[in-house]
Design a binder for this molecule. Structure first.
Ligand SMILES: Nc1ncnc2c1ncn2[C@@H]1O[C@H](COP(=O)(O)OP(=O)(O)OP(=O)(O)O)[C@@H](O)[C@H]1O
Ligand SMILES: [Mg+2]
Length: 240
């Protein structure tokens, strides 16, 4: 069977909390091998969209597929297709980077050899001196490198990122974007939600702006128009 072209395929998705609409007829497709940046202000519905993809939240209406799997019907099968990095990545503070990878991969049902773990930590750009150090002293950027190393070893088709660069300094953000490009080069599709417009246009193949639960503007890399994106992102396009 040919895998679906859209690794994330959301059609006419509506979600309401206690009758209050949060996502309304949302259309969102992320093509295989793309980095898609979903921009939007606070409360736009970005994390809600990720929760639906993860199968934590059921749609009020609409269809959702993750690599062809419906997360509302088969949440475990959908989660097996993806790696999810929340804004604050949950890792074990008292374990080293290496031990976190070894342990968390075993929980995910994967046994990785020491050499493969070292290769993944190296590819994620974590300096070698940190591999055997406890995470307790790690910066946010270092934690993300560990999390990406673990995610990459699961070899899943989709990586979901919620605000991956918030709290990173410009150098760490740039390193993170380079890392995402190498993740994409290995064939992984990436959907990241972010407030970082400049970071998004730097790294993404496609950008969508979510506002009050709808995509109000979408553009492919060749058509990125920073002033237009900014206007939509700040809500000024509606007023204009
Ligand atoms: N479990 C919930 N119950 C009720 N309302 C919720 C719930 N989760 C989210 N909401 C509401 O849904 C709206 C969208 O929230 P969501 O967390 O998806 O926004 P977001 O785009 O991720 O925002 P932020 O940039 O602040 O992270 C908000 O108004 C929020 O208050
Ligand atoms: Mg959020």
């Amino acid at each position: 069977m040919t895998p679906p072209t859209a690794v994330v395929d959301i059609h006419a998705l509506s979600v309401a909390f206690a009758g209050r609409p949060v996502l309304t007829d949302l259309e969102l497709q992320v093509r295989r091998g793309d980095i898609y940046a979903l921009l939007g202000g606070n409360g736009a519905g970005k994390s809600t969209t990720l929760s639906v993809l993860l199968g934590f939240l059921k749609p009020t209406s609409g269809t959702v597929r993750v690599a062809g799997v419906d997360p509302a019907q088969a949440p475990d099968a959908a989660r097996a297709q993806l790696a999810y990095l929340p804004e604050n990545v949950a890792l074990y503070e008292h374990l080293s980077a290496f031990e976190n990878a070894d342990y968390l991969l075993s929980l995910a049902g994967r046994r990785a050899g020491a050499g493969a773990i070292r290769d993944a930590l190296r590819a994620a750009g974590l300096q070698e001196a940190a591999w055997t150090q406890r995470l307790a002293g790690f910066s946010k950027g270092m934690r993300q490198k560990v999390a990406i190393a673990i995610a990459s070893m699961r070899e899943v088709p989709l990586l979901l990122l919620d605000e991956p660069t918030s709290g990173l300094d410009p150098g760490a953000s740039a390193d993170f974007h380079t890392l995402l490009e190498s993740v994409r080069a290995r064939g992984t599709t990436v959907l990241m939600v972010t407030h970082d417009l400049f970071g998004a246009v730097e790294v993404a193949d496609r950008v969508g702006v979510l506002d009050h639960g709808r995509i109000v503007h979408e553009a492919a890399r060749a058509q990125f128009d920073l002033p237009a994106l900014h206007a939509h992102f700040s809500g000024r396009a509606r007023a204009a």
